[in-house]
Design a protein around this ligand. Structure first.
Ligand code: KG4
Ligand code: ZN
Length: 336
């Protein structure tokens, strides 16, 4: 028995990725072609270049995932593909490619929401997660606190009103000359810095609100830098990085604990690229332990964009017989 095989395809931003998943948890292959070095010289992702790069690498990435899993297209139970949110040109490459393969091989197509896929990276490594649980989804484009009642049953409790956490980290990293993507660079620089060197503002918004705001914090870093430059003072990048990382993590942790308090739900999942951050993982693990709760997170390589998380979300959609029509289209502004 070959098991229930799902091919997951991801092209929503700057990674062309594919993975073959067996029975929901056994990863048979996992291929990522990253465009980071291509976009690095521009300090961020250039959409037009991203879609062209996806076109160049799509077929090779998918074939490598299939060959690595030693699986024929006809053996697949379904092909799951991210159809939003993301960059429209990038999404279209994945959606069109997945449709073509699924149609030719005679296997069903499943449309996956990228945000849901990030959350489902947790089910790859923690298959016995129980509902209800909370999810803190922190990526380059989104910062959401979500109540999960069951598979496919979500309530968004709070979201960012301006920048996403990852976006703020990326922008500050660029200003500090740390390069793209910013999150890992800030984490690296922060290791040699003092997190108490600068007291950046932690925007908590109205009492009880589970929304986020990171733009004020980001501006505070820029102001500190500009003021220091005018005075001819050289501020230490490690101290700035450490203090900024601390401020971002403080807000994420406080809001998550507020959600725990408000809902009484003590099991929390971390998801999205920023979930790879060590300080966030450690702080939230500790705080939840003190409240008899528990934090779950995927390994770092499954936090950032990948095909395995798409296959995981696709697996649960498959069990619910939730297939996509051949008219499936890219939806750049798709929400949960
Ligand atoms: O989920 P993701 O790969 O792509 C989106 O869907 O946006 O997230 C990318 C974001 C970037 O902003 C990147 O700087 C951030 O995740 N990131 C991190 C770390 N690794 C990636 N942020 C903080 N610490 C990290 N170790
Ligand atoms: Zn993502």
């Amino acid at each position: 028995d070959a098991g229930l095989l799902i091919l997951g395809i991801e092209t929503s931003c700057d990674e062309t990725a594919a993975a073959v998943l067996k029975n929901g948890t056994e990863l048979l292959s996992h291929v990522i072609s990253s465009q980071i070095t291509t976009h690095q010289k521009y300090g961020g992702v250039v959409p037009e270049i991203a879609s062209r790069e996806h076109l160049l690498h799509f077929q090779q990435v998918v074939e490598k995932a299939m060959a690595g899993a030693k699986v024929d297209y006809g053996d697949l139970a379904a092909i799951a593909v991210t159809y939003g949110p993301g960059l429209v040109g990038s999404l279209l490459v994945g959606v069109a490619g997945a449709k073509a393969i699924a149609y030719a091989a005679g296997v069903p197509l499943i449309g996956v929401n990228h945000l849901e896929a990030h959350i489902y990276a947790n089910f790859l490594v923690h298959p016995h997660l129980v509902f209800p649980c909370l999810a803190l989804l922190v990526s380059g484009g989104h910062t959401h606190l979500i109540l999960l009642r069951g598979h496919g049953d979500y309530e968004v409790l709070g979201r960012t009103r301006d920048d996403a956490a990852g976006e703020a980290l990326d922008k500050v990293a660029r200003t500090l000359g740390l390069g793209y993507p910013g999150g890992p660079q800030v984490q690296k620089a922060a290791a040699a810095g003092n997190a108490a060197a600068f007291d950046f503002p932690r925007a908590m918004l109205e009492p009880g609100s589970l929304d986020f705001s990171f733009s004020g914090m980001k501006s505070a870093v820029l102001n500190a830098l500009n003021t220091a430059r005018m005075k001819g003072i050289n501020l230490g990048v490690p101290d700035l990085a450490a203090s900024f990382q601390q401020a971002v993590v403080d807000v994420l942790v406080r809001k998550t604990l507020l959600a725990v308090e408000q809902t009484g739900v003590t099991h929390v999942l971390l998801a999205g690229g920023v979930a790879a951050n060590d300080l966030l993982r450690k702080t939230l693990t500790q705080e939840l332990k003190e409240r008899e709760g528990r934090l779950f997170f995927p390994p770092p390589h499954l936090c950032t964009d990948n095909g395995a998380m798409v296959a995981s979300a696709g697996y649960h959609r498959y069990l619910a017989r939730d297939f996509a029509p051949w008219t499936l289209n890219a939806v750049p502004g798709l929400n949960l």
